[in-house]
Design a protein around this ligand. Structure first.
Ligand code: C2E
Ligand code: MG
Ligand code: MG
Ligand code: MG
Length: 285
């Protein structure tokens, strides 16, 4: 069939490709519906301070309750949202919901929100963040924005200005998934980050792998030299927790302390999670 299709490029598309395009189009339509019908929800994962032995913040993580496909994870739709520009409306909802939840139900905790690197290309993100703060009346010092290092690479001057505007409002900035991109800590020093979140791929080799330990130790040391708070992501074992404490890592997040949970569950279990985590820290490996 494809042989005599030289003058008609259409026929080069295989049925699979055509089907993928249809699926993509359908997914885009249902993403638009999801925004209108508010089919998203947030779960929260505690972030734990190793010095005070307390939960200090909760990261908001989006889920999509799809009417046919069930519960979808961000990896299944965020890229499409970024490519179609729908991410701006999704972020608006996430920011408003997370700020309101923090103000109403998470006393004393910061809330952190993931913002896609593509959103750090335009000033709209500064409006969305200040709108959410104004509507919820949340103290700006309790809002943290997590961005990956890609956000700093595409248009460094513009993203630096946007980040400085956010710092002026009073929000904190965290570099997410540190170590998975191409920048170095000395490069990042030029941006007004308050902290870094060390990607879980570094933590997973700990404490058995000496090279993993050494890399993490060095990043923690450099981070401290630049006055950045260091969070280890994806902490799953007691051994990792003890090692990170030894290396003077500031904060941890991961399944060991707590999986992401609904707002109601977090409110209910907050004290119990604090107590259990404190006990883990005191235990010997
Ligand atoms: P992230 O910001 O690095 O979030 C951490 C991810 O690791 C979350 O996955 C979390 O559930 C998972 N995680 C936490 N502790 C552990 C652990 O101990 N072990 C393992 N294996 N995983 C752990 P999730 O919720 O699927 O989110 C994936 C990514 O999607 C996030 O990575 C973030 O980049 C993005 N994302 C989530 N919510 C939003 C959002 O509202 N907006 C945007 N733009 N991106 C979002
Ligand atoms: Mg994050
Ligand atoms: Mg991360
Ligand atoms: Mg990530």
């Amino acid at each position: 069939k494809a042989k005599n299709s030289g003058r008609n490029k259409w026929l080069f598309y295989t049925p699979e490709m055509a089907q993928q395009m249809v699926q993509r189009r359908e997914m885009e339509d249902s993403l638009r519906e999801a925004i209108k019908l508010q089919q998203f929800c947030l779960v929260y994962q505690p972030r734990y301070d190793l010095n005070s032995s307390q939960i200090v913040a909760a990261e908001a993580l989006i889920r999509w309750q799809h009417p046919q496909l069930g519960l979808l994870m961000p990896d299944q739709f965020i890229t499409l949202a970024e490519e179609t520009g729908l991410i701006a409306s999704i972020s608006e909802w996430v920011l408003k919901t997370a700020c309101r939840d923090a103000q109403q139900s998470l006393e004393g905790l910061a809330v952190s929100v993931n913002i896609s690197a593509v959103e750090f290309q335009s000033w709209g993100i500064v409006d969305r963040i200040s709108d959410a703060l104004r509507e919820s009346q949340l103290d700006p010092g309790r809002l943290e924005i997590e961005v990956t290092e890609n956000a700093t690479l595409w248009d460094p001057e513009n993203s630096l200005e946007l980040m400085q505007a956010l710092k002026n409002i009073g929000v904190r900035l965290l570099m997410d998934d540190f170590g998975t991109g191409y920048s170095s800590l000395s490069y990042l020093r030029n941006f007004p980050f308050d902290g870094i979140k060390l990607d879980k791929s570094f933590i997973s080799g700990m404490p058995e792998s000496e090279s993993a330990n050494t890399i993490v130790e060095n990043i923690i040391g450099l981070g401290k030299a630049f006055s950045l708070s260091i969070t280890a992501e994806g902490v799953e074992t007691q051994g990792q927790l003890q090692k990170l404490k030894m290396l003077e890592c500031d904060e941890t997040q991961g399944y060991l302390i707590s999986k992401p949970m609904s707002l109601e569950t977090l409110k209910e279990k907050r004290a119990a999670i604090d107590a259990a985590a404190q006990q883990r820290l005191e235990e010997k490996t």
